[in-house]
Structures are given as structure tokens and as C-alpha cells.
Design a protein around this ligand. Sequence first.
Ligand code: AMP
Length: 191
Amino acid sequence: MINLILFGKPGSGKGTQAEFVKKKYGLIHISTGDVFRYNISKQTELGVLAKSYMDKGDLVPDDVTIQMLEAEVNKTPNASGFIFDGFPRTTLQAEMLDEFLINKNLNISMTIALDVDDEILIDRLIFRGKDSGRADDQDKSKIKNRFEEYNKKTSTLINYYRSQNKFFEIDGTGEVSEISQRIFNVIDSNI
Ligand code: AMP
């Protein structure tokens, strides 16, 4: 079983790469951002709550996010592994994920971070926002806030996983297929 975290700032390509990794290794892809957006489109209670944070570029509170993630994992009890995309984003989320997996006799195999400079990320997000209509991708101040949330709350996870020898960073720029290959190389040499 491979349980992989795809890690990186907004726009680093986690969602794009998750699709390739999912196909190659037969994993279930869980993007917490996608689950929130689905709930927003269905106007569920969770969606209404999440929207009030997402629209500003703030993180959704931990308790809500963790509960949702656990429910998503529990939907596929026979999965041969998961790709966590956009989760965890705080130390509490990482600790709760470890605890949740341990109770199932599972663990995180590795965290692969996509490294991309901020200027490239901003260009990518603005470009994506035009296409997708995502409010949080279209406004520079919201993008900036998402980077600040990352720096304040998420970047500490680098040390969390590094101290467990589970953190690997790759260059997240270049051709999409080149980046996939870098990810495959990390996975293949660490499973
Ligand atoms: P993403 O699609 O991963 O860029 O996420 C879009 C937005 O969803 C984020 O800016 C947060 O508001 C929210 N979100 C997604 N994942 C999480 C998470 N693990 N913790 C808190 N908020 C999240």
C-alpha cells in the first residue's frame, strides 16, 4: 500500500500530477480543495461554511477539514493506497492523519513536494483562474493570502515529515511529463 502526500504551494501542480500518479500506481486521489468545491456547488452545509473561508484564501478550520478527510478515506476501505492532495496543511491535520492511519494499521509512505518559485505560481494561478472561474485564483491579494497561510501554517510540515525521513522535494517546473517522471522516480526508489 502506498499512501502519498503531494505537497506544495497553491499552483505547484499537485492536482495535475495526482492524476498521473493515480493512474500509474492505482491509487485513490483525495483533493480536499476539490471536495470542498463539490460541496460548494451542491450548496451543502459544509460547502457554505467552507466557502466563507476559501473565498478569502483562508484555510478552512481543522476540525471540519479533518472530519471530511476521514470520511473520504472511509468511502474506499479496499483501496490499494491514497494520494493526499492539499492535505494535511497544518501540524494538527498531519498528527490527526497519522493517528487515523495508525488505527487502520496504515501509515504515510512519503511526502513529495513540488518546488516552484512564487512568481511562476502567481502566473499559473491567474491563468488557471481565468479558465476555471475560481475566485481564489483570480485576485492577487487572495493569492497572496493563500501563500501567507502556507508560510504560517503549512510550511512547518516540511520538518514534520523530514524528521521521519519521509520528505522528498522535486523541481516542479518544466514539462508536465518530466515532472511526473521525477515523481515516479522518487516513488520507485522509496517503496
Ligand atoms: P486547493 O484546491 O488545494 O488549492 O484548496 C483551495 C482552498 O480550499 C484552500 O485555499 C483552503 O481554503 C481550502 N482547503 C483545501 N484543503 C484544505 C486543508 N487541508 N485545510 C484547510 N483548508 C483547506
